[in-house]
Every structure is written in structure tokens, then in C-alpha cells.
Ligand binder design. Structure first.
Ligand SMILES: *Cc1c(COP(=O)(O)O)cnc(C)c1O
Length: 483
């Protein structure tokens, strides 16, 4: 496909502007005026429309393709939430309005959305209070670890230096803990795929500030020893941090608070329906139990005695501001609408179907790919392309094969604990037919790897770019045609 500048033909025009009926007068100082006119492509309207329409179709999206990207929960996002987020009463509300004297009465609806969403998330996760402000999962993690640090400081726990993370952790976990000033202790997983309890005990000292983990973890396995882990961490006055990016697996069925966690971040853009990807927008609210509540960021939405909702900045022990205004309001609104429409039973079904779908695929693909942990999985199932590697076919080659079938590849090479990892998260919104189609494509890839492994080096064939240098593409982004 040609870029717009390459399609340019001198003199070709899309629109013809009327002659100016006001005197032309240059008001800018000469030093700000370009010597030469900016080079713009000269194209007809039809060519422009085709160019941008084609570009939009080059996008892989949940709306167009199956997107089983593990650890990402790329579910279908219902369109009614988009409509609600566009309502003028929400979308056009000025964020400073509730901060003006008397202004909050004009923002009661928006404040109610934040307040009620917080209440629902408390109920779902077994927490006492939430801050809705963090703007991504990783931002929530940093906020949570700052809350943990504030707790230890207030208690005079001056010896706290370490945060424990399992070796299967999402990369943001150790990164967030390190940014907050802690050193990391990584604990390996046992052969069932969960944190090795004996190895945890061996590194547990009074210098441990807390532990960060997901449950189910990034192996797609629920940790049956979570009670014992909580007890151990609490025995040294450590804080249990729950990375809730995998909440889709247990939504309405188990609550992090009941499992012993003290602080939780959720990814509204994973579990609670928001178009996800492309770098944002996201929302990573953080919930806490009673002992961490005094440290929550400001502002907080409170209900005054007269029933009016207001912003409260008056918290002496707060860690302060972590985002401008109130977080990603449009995402919070979508999440709230999504919870209301599904209700208690619908939310439970979300988790049930997500887990069922993952197990269905695990079962179908078991005979064709090495399974990382041979047991019932939660919302995602983890394979290894180790059998295919014997024929010289890597996980990335399987991924490229799927692209030609119009399927977004699963996550590959993560978690790092599994060689040639292929991590599949179908989510609850996929039909049995779609799952069958995916399984058939995966089986075909496995068979091809045995028969004709060389073919994989030339895949995908249907895309404008086949095998980009991914490191270079990420590090040396070219956004200017003329640069
Ligand atoms: C996605 C994810 C995160 C980070 O969330 P972002 O919104 O991308 O910052 C953290 N932990 C796990 C397990 C995740 O899957």
C-alpha cells in the first residue's frame, strides 16, 4: 500500500475552496512564517477516503477478529457503554466544576458514578474503600506499593526493604515495586505452576514489606496455598498485594479480600469492558482494607450527611495526588454501566464462561502441543511449542501462521518460566464455533510443523509487513514521513 505522499499527483484536488472575501494580511511575525509552503499530498477525495478506509482495515481488533491474547483479557466490549460514555451530561462536564464553590451540585451524576462504582468494586473484591484515580494497571501497582510504604512508615516499620514476587509475575510488578524504592526477591514456582512454599519460607524475614501476586497467576493456575501465603506474609507485618488484572477468572466467585489480600488493583480495561490496547486509555483503581484506607490518594468522593456527594481533600495521612482530577472518568463510567447491566449473576457467568472456554481449548489442543501444567486451568491456558521446536518451528512461527488465518496470535514467550510459551486467553465472549475454528488452525499449524517446517519462515503472507525487526520497530519509531 502506498503512503499518501506517494499517491500525490501534482495539481490533483479533493476540494476547491472559495476565494477569500477578506483582505489577506499576515499577522504573524515574519520569523514564524515558513519560507516554503508545507508539502501536502495532492489527492482526490476518493483516493483519500480509500486510503484511510484501507488503513483502518489493517487493524486487528476484537470487533473484527478473535483476539486470544493471554494476560490481556481482550473481550468484546458492548457498544451501549460507548453510547453512555458519549452522553453530553458526562462527556461535556468540565472537570473543574465540582471543585468550584457550589459547583458540585451540577456534577452529582458524575460523582455518583464514581461513588457507586467504588461501592460495587468493594463488594466484588472484599475491600473497604477504593481510589478510582490510577490510569493503568501499572499505575495502580505503583499507587498500591506507595500505600504499602506509607503504612510501614506510619507504623514505624523502618526495616522494610523487600517485596516478594513469584517468578511468573507480570513484568510490571517488580518494576512498580522497584520504582517505589523496594528491592525485589523473586520466588520460583513449583512443578504445579504455583509459588514454591518452601522457597517462600526460606526468604521470609522481618525485612519483607509485602508480596505482590496475581491469583490465578500468569500460569493460569489458582494457588491452593493462598491462605498459608497470606498467613506467612502477615506474620512479619507484610502487606498482601493483589494484582487484579486476572480478576476475570474469579469475578463474583472469590474475593481477594477473603483470600487475605490487603490491597488490590483492578484493570477496568480488562475485566470491566473497555476497548483495550494501543496504549490507552486505561483505568487501574486500587482497593484497600481498613488498615490502608487512611493513606488513599486525594481527592475522595464522599457522601455528606445531607446526602450530597462531594470531593474530600481532608486526609492528613494521604499519599497525596497520583492523577489529575478523578482518573479516567469515561472508563469508570463504562465499567459501572457494564456491572449494572450484567448484575450479580451476569458477573458470575462472566468468570464461569471465561474459565470454561479456556479449559475447552486446553482439552482440544492437549494432544498437539505440550501443556505447561497439566491440570484444570482458570481463564487462560498455557502451552509450549517445545514439540514443534524439535522441527525448528518456534512459538513466534505459530503466531505468524495464525495471522494468515485472521486470528490475533496468543501471547508468546510470556510467562518467562515456560520455554516457547503460548498463552491463550479466549475470554467469555467467544462462541464455541470461534473456539473450534481457532483450535482447528492451531492443530493445522502443529501438523504443518511436522510435515513442512520450512514453510513457517515465510509467514505471514497476507500482511503488508511480514517479519519486522520488533525491537527496532519499538525503539526507533519513525512518525514523520520526511524525517
Ligand atoms: C495487564 C497486566 C498488568 C498491567 O496493566 P496495564 O494496564 O497494562 O498497566 C499487570 N499485571 C498483569 C497480570 C497484567 O495482565
Amino acid at each position: 500500500m502506498k503512503l499518501t505522499f506517494e499517491q500525490s499527483a501534482a495539481g490533483r484536488q479533493g476540494v476547491k475552496l472559495p476565494a477569500s472575501d477578506v483582505p489577506v494580511k499576515v499577522v504573524l511575525a515574519a520569523k514564524y512564517v515558513r519560507a516554503n509552503a508545507a508539502p501536502l499530498p495532492e489527492m482526490s477525495e476518493l483516493d483519500v477516503v480509500r486510503h484511510f478506509t484501507r488503513l483502518s482495515q489493517r487493524n486487528f481488533s476484537v470487533d473484527a477478529n478473535f483476539y486470544p491474547l493471554g494476560s490481556c483479557t481482550m473481550k468484546y466490549n458492548p457498544k451501549f457503554t460507548e453510547k453512555l460514555a458519549g452522553l453530553s451530561g458526562f462527556a461535556d462536564l468540565h472537570p473543574l466544576l465540582p471543585q468550584l464553590r457550589g459547583g458540585e451540585k451540577y456534577a452529582q451524576g458524575a460523582l455518583e458514578v464514581i461513588y457507586e462504582c467504588e461501592r460495587w468494586l468493594c463488594e466484588i473484591t472484599g475491600m473497604k474503600a477504593y481510589t478510582m484515580q490510577p490510569l493503568a494497571g501499572a499505575h495502580g501497582e505503583l499507587t498500591g506499593i506507595m500505600l504499602m510504604a506509607a503504612y510501614h512508615k506510619a507504623k514505624g516499620n523502618t526495616n522494610k526493604k523487600f517485596i516478594i514476587v513469584p517468578d511468573s509475575a507480570h513484568g510490571t510488578n517488580p518494576a512498580s515495586a522497584a520504582v517505589a524504592g523496594y528491592s525485589i526477591i523473586s520466588v520460583p514456582s513449583d512443578k504445579r505452576g504455583v509459588m514454591d512454599l518452601a522457597k517462600l519460607k526460606a526468604v521470609l524475614t522481618p525485612e519483607v514489606a509485602g508480596l505482590m501476586m496475581t491469583c490465578p497467576d500468569t500460569h493460569g493456575v489458582f494457588n491452593p496455598q493462598i491462605d498459608e501465603i497470606s498467613r506467612l506474609i502477615h506474620s512479619v507485618d507484610g502487606i498482601m498485594y493483589y494484582d487484579g488484572a486476572n480478576l476475570n477468572a474469579i469475578l463474583g466467585r472469590a474475593r481477594p479480600g477473603d483470600l487475605g489480600f490487603d490491597v488490590v488493583h483492578l484493570n477496568l480495561h480488562k475485566t470491566f469492558a473497555t476497548p483495550h490496547g494501543g496504549g490507552g486509555p486505561g483505568s487501574g483503581p486500587v482497593g484497600v482494607t481498613e488498615k490502608l484506607e487512611p493513606f488513599l490518594p486525594i481527592s475522595r468522593v464522599v457522601k455528606r450527611a445531607d446526602g450530597v456527594l462531594a470531593l474530600d481533600y481532608n486526609h492528613a495521612d494521604s499519599i497525596g495526588y497520583i492523577a489529575s482530577f478523578y482518573g479516567a472518568f469515561g472508563i469508570i463510567l463504562r465499567a459501572y454501566a457494564y456491572m449494572l447491566i450484567l448484575g450479580r449473576e451476569g458477573l458470575k457467568q462472566t468468570a464461569d464462561h471465561a474459565v470454561l472456554n479456556a479449559n475447552y481449548l486446553l482439552h482440544k489442543l492437549k494432544g498437539h502441543y505440550q501443556v505447561a501444567f497439566d491440570r484444570v486451568c482458570m481463564h487462560e491456558c498455557l502451552f509450549s511449542a517445545s514439540k514443534q521446536l524439535e522441527r525448528g518451528v518456534h512459538a513466534i512461527d505459530i503466531a505468524k501462521f495464525l495471522i494468515d488465518r485472521n486470528i490475533h496470535p496468543p501471547t508468546v514467550y510470556f510467562p518467562l518460566t515456560v520455554k516457547e510459551a503460548i498463552m491463550v486467553e479466549p475470554t467469555e465472549t467467544e462462541s464455541r464455533e470461534t473456539l473450534d475454528e481457532f483450535a482447528a488452525a492451531m492443530i493445522e499449524a502443529a501438523e504443518l510443523a511436522q510435515k513442512d517446517p520450512e514453510v513457517f519462515h515465510f509467514l505471514p503472507r497476507t500482511m503488508p509487513i511480514s517479519r519486522p525487526d520488533e525491537t527496532k520497530a519499538a525503539r526507533e519509531v519513525k512518525v514523520n514521513f520526511f524525517a
